[in-house]
Design a protein around this ligand. Sequence first.
Ligand code: G6P
Length: 622
Amino acid sequence: MCGIVAYFGRKHAQPILIEGLKRLEYRGYDSAGVALLEKGAFNITKTPGRISALEENLPEYESDSTVGIGHTRWATHGQPNQINAHPHVDYTGKIALVHNGIIENYATLKKWLIKEGCAFQSETDTEVVANLIGYFYDKNQDRNGRFAPKDCNRFEWAVQQALSEIYGTYGMAILCVDCPDMMIGVKKGSPLILGVGKNEYIIASDASAIVQHTTQAIYLSDGEMAIIDSDGFYTKTITNKEVQKELKEIEISLDQIELEGFDHYMQKEIAEQPVSLETCLNGRVDVKNGRIILGGVSQYLRELTRTKRIILTACGTAWHAGLVGEFLFEQLARIPAEVEYASEFRYRNPILEEGTVVIAISQSGETADTLAAIEQARDRGALVLGVVNVVGSSIARLTDAGVYLRVGPEIGVASTKAFTAQVAVLSMLAIELGRRRHLSTDAVQSLLRELMEIPAKIKRILAQTDYIRQIAQANKDHENWLFLGRGFNYPVALEGALKLKEISYIHAEGLPAAEMKHGPIALITDRMPAVFVATRCSQYEKIIGNIEEVRARGGKTIVVATEGDEHIKPYADHLITVPETCDQLQPLLTVVPLQILAYHAAVLRGHDVDKPRNLAKSVTVE
Ligand code: G6P
């Protein structure tokens, strides 16, 4: 949610910033801007809209500035117009910054600064930070009237003074016209990475904007700052204590973040699933001995096996994976489990009895609500494990231990390959706990054999893409859809509805199929497609009954069924088949045709599926 990038080096900064912003555009895309430090002033271009609009508005000559900051915005405070776009400059014109996060006490600070004579241009919380730094820099005094120590750098000191006044979250890159040989990055609650190249430094919200230039990086922790100057860089806390940070290797490669011939990242990521799942499972499943090897959590498996209750917490698609996880832990390990929306859990004063284990699920590892839920759980003494994709992300670092998804960067805003990997990881965990508690070796081996066959089975589903596109074509103009499933296919129905609504802007509702009778059946007409996930599993006969109820009322059905199921044919206006698997692993297959259906419905309706309106990939604000 908002992407920031900043360059300090010897090359022209502008093209590097624009390229970086394009890589980060999935984080927000309602307005964008860059500020270049040149000849003792800021050269700023800002515009509403996408990075392409920003490019069109850049001056015709390419600036030869080698220091600059850039931002792509997902608006929180103030409309996405030019004035509210970042970078923001302070009232003296000396400080410019870009910000990802939310300043919670901005209104109080703004009032005080206005009283002190600072003028504001925008409605943003960010401009308050710019003015606050500018104020301390300008006055050279802190709020108690004490002068800045003589031996300190005034810019660095002013940043620290301002940060000591702020409550909230931030990842920021900050420049000062008086210090053209200096750039400051600060982090608290929003991601920030410092890429360290040869005579060049790039600060960015994530590694995708850095990896083209260097694979060496410093991952700042909350409350830390990086100061880059002509001699190199140093790191300290925002309270001015020195900290030594380790250079780490960025683990993503350039080809992982390229489209590689696909029209959209979502399309690429759907197609990648056989390979991404194989990578996720690789080396973790020992079918012969009926074992799962998950190095990241091995030291906590004993505690997990004995736990009385598992709470899964997440947002969005990851929450749907968590719901599958709830069913898996209950059925396979016979451990009471429940999934919680992180945004609700964090404010509910949750009761966590001793021995409860919390599992936080997140693709980005940066979702603000999930992070806050983890903090709640940790404060109450729970063991917190993470199921995370982005290596080194905030959630990966905040949890006691965890399992990485290993699916590479997911860039399309609508999550696809992360969902299947989240379900695969939760399946592995549940099978291993089941093995330790009561499952027979035969049962475990059979589950593991099924699990290992999933990637090849997904390939068979992908082979039906053209056919599924035709179904999307035939139904794309309907403005309301229902998605229905039972048992393990109920979370898939929720996920199918979410996929469709978020990228095609069609209203879609997901439900446990039997609940339809308690209200939604009133909506059924021949203009409201009902998508049934009705594979041959334990509740097959029951869901056939639900399909009949819809058809009896003139409803049109799109049915996802098991390959070779002749019996179901008359119940479907459109039939999509998936290979057979056991009940518990159904979601890994049945979600795939729904991803493809949503993708094509959105493309056929003419939408930009990778950047759906109002959404952002990584929700780093509440
Ligand atoms: C946003 C994304 C979703 C994602 C959710 C949780 O809403 O658009 O695709 O499922 O955040 O994100 P996380 O990174 O925590 O999985």
